[in-house]
Design a protein around this ligand. Sequence first.
Ligand code: GDP
Length: 140
Amino acid sequence: MTVERTLSIIKPDATRRNLTGAINKCFEDAGLRFVAQKRIRLSAQQAEEFYAVHEERPFYGDLCAFMTSGPVVVQVLEGEDAIAKNREVMGATNPDDAADGTIRKQFAENVEANSVHGSDSAENAAIEIKFFFEDDEIVG
Ligand code: GDP
C-alpha cells in the first residue's frame, strides 16, 4: 500500500443539486482525506484542454459544454491507494452500470452528467493535480 494523491472533480450536475457535502462524505467515509479543494467555474479553454484526450469522441463538445455549465469543485484526495480507491467509490462511468452504494449509482443523472471525475492513473493524477493546484495550495 502506498499513500497517493488523486484529482477529483465534483461536476456541475452535483453542485447544482447541492450535493458537494454528500459526495465529500462518501470520500471521507472511504478513508480518503481532502488536502486541497476549491470551487471554480471552468473556462471553455480549460474544459477543452482537460478533456483533450476525448477530442475525437462524438460527445466531446457536449462534455465540454456540460463541464462549463455551472460551478465545479476541484479537489486533491490523499490516502492509501487513493487513485484506485477514488475510482471504486465513484463507480462506473455510466450510472446504469455502477455498483450499489457508489457515488455515481446514488447521484449521477446519466453517463455524461455523472457527478464526479477521478484520475485514472498515477501519471494522470500528477498531471491533473498540477492542472488546477499550485504546490502551496495542497496542505497534507
Ligand atoms: P471516467 O473516467 O469514468 O470519467 O470516464 P471517461 O474518461 O471514459 O469519460 C470522461 C467523461 O466523459 C465521463 O465521466 C462522462 O462525463 C463523459 N462521457 C463518457 N462516455 C460518454 C458518452 O458515451 N456520452 C456522453 N455524452 N458523455 C460521456
